[in-house]
Ligand binder design. Structure first.
Ligand code: XMP
Length: 326
């Protein structure tokens, strides 16, 4: 389709000046397209939807309604950051939905990875559609589609994506960054004043920590994933690895192993650390974390995270191992 091709004349956005020109042009186009009408946006806190939100807030202010659905599988501090940046700092019209219990109830006992993804995707659409139904006068749906999503309709993101947004809502689409590559979205995001840890954040899957709490998700194991991930991120940030390592996270498999606490043998969970470098996620190599830092992270995880007695570091490249565990 002609309107899905990046215009040949479009210059690559590599610096603030070009980003400013893009932003000005988009603000004009968005105002023209939308007028005084209202726009709905599912705001995940990822760079694409955050940049779209920031653009629309500038263009139409409170006529943008952002919905942030917390499916209970977000990283520690994520929903709080979305609220802080968009509601408190940018004064956005933000609806925050904590749907944790709904998602975790639906996922209880489900061990099959694809089934888990389907449930998370379907429930996300249900929650979003319910919120949309409560609102009046919405005519547009904004989406953080970027150019690789259009080009690689078969690619990683499209393949893995938690599912599109509700087609039955029949809104006209607003996709202001659909001709941009990821690096350009980041330059635009930075120019719009979004915080660095939002603009340069590592890839995070739509089903979130759900694919890192391997097998059937339980609340205690999910908490172990979230808390160990927070420690890993904090230590990587402190030690200059944030923004350098492509993707890093922790995983908790669905089995226990024996440990010793206060002289007693006790079965507890194991945390696996994964830190990989990649260009496009089709292959990945392992980051050589300095041993002293690795040791420090292991110590923190086994002392600070409840019900964990063992930590392992996954040295498997992709291929053969995929980046995520399921
Ligand atoms: P794999 O595990 O296939 O992951 O080597 C490649 C990249 O894709 C991300 N990933 C996902 N992203 N929904 C997403 O939006 C998903 O279901 C999903 N599964 C994997 C993964 O984090 C890595 O960056």
């Amino acid at each position: 389709m002609a309107d899905n091709r990046r215009p040949d004349s479009m210059e690559r956005i590599t610096n603030e000046t070009l980003a400013k020109a893009f932003i000005d042009e988009q603000l004009k186009a968005l105002k023209e397209q939308i007028g005084e009408k209202k726009v709905l946006l599912a705001l995940s806190g990822g760079v694409d939807s955050s940049v779209v939100a920031a653009l629309l807030i500038k263009a139409i202010g409170k006529n943008l309604v952002c919905v942030h659905v917390n499916h209970g599988l977000l990283r520690k501090g994520e929903p709080e950051q979305v609220i802080e940046v968009f509601r408190n700092q940018m004064d956005a019209n933000l609806i925050y939905v904590d749907a944790t219990d709904r998602f975790l109830d639906k996922l209880a006992g489900v061990a099959d990875p694809e089934q888990k993804r389907k449930i998370i995707g379907a429930e996300f659409i249900n929650v979003f559609a319910e919120e949309a139904a409560k609102l009046e006068g919405i005519e547009f749906l904004a989406q953080g589609t970027i150019y690789p999503d259009i080009l690689e309709s078969d690619g990683v993101k499209a393949h893995h994506n938690v599912g599109g947004l509700p087609e039955e809502l029949h809104f006209e689409l607003v996709e202001p960054v659909k001709f941009l590559y990821k690096d350009e979205v980041r330059v635009v995001g930075k120019t719009l004043g979004l915080p660095d840890n939002m603009v340069y954040r590592q890839p995070f899957p739509g089903p979130g920590l759900g694919v890192r709490c391997v097998g059937a998700i339980t609340r205690d194991r999910l908490e172990a994933v979230r808390e160990s991930d927070a420690i890993l991120r904090e230590e990587f940030a402190k030690n200059g690895l944030e923004g350098k390592v492509w993707q890093y996270f922790t995983v908790v498999p669905p089995f226990t192993s024996t440990g010793i606490k206060d002289g007693k043998r006790l079965d507890d969970w194991m945390v696996i650390i994964r830190a990989v470098n990649s260009v496009d996620a089709t292959s990945a190599t392992i980051e050589e974390i300095p041993y002293a830092l690795l040791n420090h992270i292991v110590k923190r995880i086994i002392t600070e995270v409840s019900n964990v007695n063992r930590v392992a570091y996954d040295l498997s490249p992709k291929p053969t191992a995929t980046i995520e565990f399921e």
